[in-house]
Structures are given as C-alpha cells and as structure tokens.
Ligand binder design. Structure first.
Ligand SMILES: NC(=O)c1ccc[n+]([C@@H]2O[C@H](COP(=O)([O-])OP(=O)(O)OC[C@H]3O[C@@H](n4cnc5c(N)ncnc54)[C@H](OP(=O)(O)O)[C@@H]3O)[C@@H](O)[C@H]2O)c1
Length: 290
C-alpha cells in the first residue's frame, strides 16, 4: 500500500535553495466561525499541523486575517519544534482588515502592509517571510504603491518572494512592472476554471499557482458530489479526485486544502498517490463552470 506522503506529489522549486512538496496545507479552517476569533479546539489545530509535518507537508499557506492572528498562532506552535524547520516554507498574506465574522476589507496602504508583515513575522516566530501575497488589490492605492512596498521589504531582506491573490492577468502584468512576481493565489478547482487564463499565464511566467477553495469549501469532498463516480472508479475519495485533478492540471499548481481533521488530512495528502489517466482528467475537466 502506498505511503501517505506529500512528497509523492512531486516538488516545486521557488528558487534554487527552496523546493516544496506540491501538496500543501491551508490554515483557514483553524479559526472560529466566519474565519473570526479563536478556533474551538486549539490543541486539535496544533495536532493537525504536526500531523501534516509527519505526512511530509512542508508548504503552509496562511494569512494575518485568519482569526485575525489565531491561525498564525496555531501554525507557529505546530511548527516550533519541527526537526526540518529550515525546510518548511510559509506563504503568508497581508492587505485585508477584519471587522467581524465573514467581513473582509482590503487595505493596501503601504504603511499598513509593512506593519502587517512585521507583526506577522513576530507572530509566526520567523525572521523573514518566504512568500507574501498582497491578499487583495485595494483600489484606493496604486499597484505601484502596494507591490512597491512589498518590493521595499524584499530589498530589505524581510520577504523572499512576492505574490498576488485574486487577480487578473492584467493585474499580474502591471505588478510585474514593479517587482518580480513569483506566485498567484486565486479561486480555482476542478468545478471552477474561470481563472484558467491566470493559471496559464502564471505557468508561462514560471509563477506558482495556489488554487484556493481546492475542494470548493468541502462541497467537492461530499459523498454524492459530482466526483463520486470517478472516485468509485479509482477506489478513492471524492476529495482525492479533486486534488489529483489539480496536481495534474499543471506542475505549477500547489493545492492547499484546509482541514481541521486529522482523518481528512490523511485523505487529502494521500491524493498525491492518485494517478488520473488523461482521459479521466479530460472528462473531469468538463464539469467546470466557465
Ligand atoms: N487567497 C484567498 O483569498 C483565499 C481564500 C480562501 C482560502 N484561501 C486558502 O485556501 C485554503 C483552502 O481553502 P478552504 O480551507 O477555505 O477550503 P477547501 O480546502 O476547499 O475546503 C475545506 C473544507 O473541506 C472540508 N474537507 C477538507 N478535506 C476534506 C476531506 N478529505 N473530506 C471531507 N471534507 C474535507 C473541511 O472540513 P473539515 O475541517 O471537517 O475537514 C472544510 O470544510 C485556506 O485554508 C486558505 O489557506 C485563500
């Protein structure tokens, strides 16, 4: 029987020094309802992070706005004693403020972005950020101001790589005039390819593409979902089919499924063992809204 190991998904190199296993973990489920406040069972959250490490996950996606701060605290606690801490890559996001459950307000004032990077480093217990996404472009400020501030932080050695989240190809092109953009994080999954053009552009430019909502917030993982026939054919779960499809879509795709359950975590990482045939990949691709 194949082992549960994120390394089975293959690797993605952010730079010459840093390769990550392509199947990662997103921390957003480790908060209270509406991504607000503390998660009800912090010990379990930390256990999930530690178990992810045990399954070879070395790529974690997080954001200051998850909680805010709560998910970052659990992530820091879970990674603290990791033997391979120097090989663990964190992608972080700044540029959204929070006023309550399910309320998100972009705020791209350069001083605020700088503050959030500094405070995030303190919360995460790190001396530099591996990758920071501008969580959303704030239309009150220019791309030059927002990405320009991240570039300044990069020049100061506080950020290694810069990314943008929920953007268009034109946004990426505008940002590339200000800094090297190494990653993009947009809503994307087997049932929603509206951002195919962004993914294709990211691949052509050598950027990582992190599809958020890789399981459509769990809908694709439900028994009886549109993936269940294919799941039965491969004797795996629907969640595994959704993740295997993403892994096959492009070598630049790094799925970051979120879960608060060690059982679901095992299920998700084991998706790295599912080898979809090209015909089945193409059949699944027809499910998408465009
Ligand atoms: N850049 C952005 O704007 C943005 C926006 C949203 C999310 N994100 C990132 O993307 C990550 C993933 O998104 P997400 O966590 O919201 O959604 P998701 O990964 O699509 O789905 C998570 C949901 O699926 C359930 N689930 C996970 N694995 C499962 C399995 N094997 N079987 C059954 N159910 C399963 C989880 O419940 P359980 O806890 O019960 O497993 C949870 O309700 C986030 O953690 C965050 O890092 C980024």
């Amino acid at each position: 029987m194949a082992t549960i190991n994120a390394a089975n998904a293959g690797t993605y190199a952010f730079d010459e020094a840093f390769k990550v296993n392509r199947l990662g973990y997103g921390t957003m489920q480790l908060t209270g309802p509406g991504t607000w406040g503390p998660y009800a069972d912090p010990e379990n959250g930390i256990k999930v992070i530690k178990q992810a490490l045990a399954y070879g996950v070395n790529f974690f996606d997080t954001a200051d706005s998850y909680g805010p701060w709560f998910a970052d605290r659990y992530l820091a606690a879970g990674l603290k004693d990791a033997a391979n801490r120097d090989q663990i890559f964190i992608s972080d996001k700044v540029g959204q403020t929070r006023q309550g459950p399910n309320v998100w307000t972009p705020h791209g004032e350069p001083n605020y972005l700088r503050q959030q990077v500094e405070v995030s480093m303190m919360t995460l217990g790190i001396d530099h950020e591996d990758l920071v996404f501008l969580h959303r472009i704030d239309t009150h400020f220019s791309i030059e101001e927002q990405v320009g501030e991240l570039k300044k932080l990069q020049d100061e050695g506080k950020i290694k790589h810069i990314g943008l989240s929920q953007v268009t190809v034109d946004d990426l092109k505008a940002a590339q005039k200000v800094a090297t953009i190494d990653a993009v994080e947009n809503l994307y999954n087997v049932a929603d390819h509206r951002d195919d053009d962004v993914l294709d552009y990211a691949e052509s430019q050598g950027m990582a593409f992190l599809p958020w909502f890789p399981l459509a917030t769990g809908q694709l993982a439900q028994p009886g979902s549109s993936l269940s026939t294919m799941a039965a054919k491969y004797h795996v779960s629907s969640a595994q089919i959704a993740l295997a499809w993403l892994l096959k879509r492009s070598k630049n795709v790094l799925p970051i499924p979120g879960t608060s359950s060690v059982e679901h975590l095992a299920d998700n990482v084991a998706a790295a063992n599912v080898d979809l045939s090209t015909a089945d990949f193409n059949e699944l691709s027809q499910l998408s809204v465009k």
